[in-house]
Write a protein that binds this ligand. Structure first.
Ligand code: CTP
Ligand code: CA
Length: 226
């Protein structure tokens, strides 16, 4: 009944969404991760499904239930997320990368629990692949939406991600601001467009923000098809 009331403006679109953190194992007991709750990405996936899209959600570890009607692929590490995403890029028309991917992973994973001994312990890290940048290099006519989490120089840094990763839209979050970013139900963001426009969105719920992000993505798909 709810679906019948929702405009099916994403019918025919195949939307790939990533959400949540990634988790990089240090040993069988410990890991490196971040504060992403997955809420923003899950909101986008649900909203896209309601609007008629076929949706695949690639999710790092979160406390959220699998959304109804959506193929949800669970991954842990950035490397696993990369493989799950790259397998599905070709079949997608819209890709939204809301996941907070760990930039680095332990250079080696200890097979046994690391025992406490010395007073200091140095952990060597190596860089993870940038999934979004890799998708950007094979973008074609897909609509590609990225996120940027910044504490300083929000617009300048987010603009670099837009151009550097070949994106259509960046959702830039000032994570220094109360009510934005990690582990809350609300978000404050600026939307950076390819043509240089910056839309300042007020504080709003993540479901509401998902609607706006998908409005812009749907608009870009329609433009591209003309
Ligand atoms: N991203 C990704 N793979 C990575 C790192 C980031 O796909 N290894 C994606 C995120 O999903 C997000 C966007 O890139 O959509 C920006 O993430 P962010 O962490 O803000 O930027 P980085 O490019 O990692 O740069 P930095 O952390 O130094 O600001
Ligand atoms: Ca990063």
């Amino acid at each position: 009944a709810v679906r019948a009331l929702t405009r099916q403006d994403l019918a025919g679109e195949r939307v790939l969404v990533t959400a949540g953190p990634t988790l990089e194992e240090i040993d069988p007991v410990r890991f490196i991760s971040n504060h992403s709750s997955g809420k923003m990405g899950y909101s986008i996936a649900r909203a896209a499904r309601r609007r008629g899209a076929e949706v695949v959600l690639v999710a790092g570890p979160t406390c959220l239930d699998d959304p109804w009607g959506i193929e949800t692929v669970h991954v842990c590490s950035a490397a696993e997320m990369r493989d799950a995403v790259m397998e599905r890029v070709a079949a997608s028309t819209v890709i939204v990368k809301a996941a907070a991917v760990a930039d680095y992973r332990p250079k080696s994973r200890a097979t046994g629990k690391i025992k406490k001994s010395a007073d200091a312990l140095v952990l060597e890290l190596e860089k993870n692949p940038d999934i979004l940048a890799e998708v950007g290099r094979m973008k074609g006519d897909r609509v590609l939406v990225g996120f940027a989490a910044e504490t300083n120089d929000l617009v300048e840094n987010a603009r670099k991600k837009l151009t550097g990763k070949n994106l259509d839209l960046v959702v830039a979050n000032d994570i220094g601001q109360a009510g934005a970013g990690f582990n809350v139900d609300t978000n404050i963001a600026k939307l950076l467009h390819r043509d240089g426009r910056v839309e300042e969105l007020p504080l709003m719920g993540k479901d509401e923000m998902a609607t706006i992000i998908l409005d812009r993505a749907a608009g870009l798909r329609k433009q591209g098809m003309r």
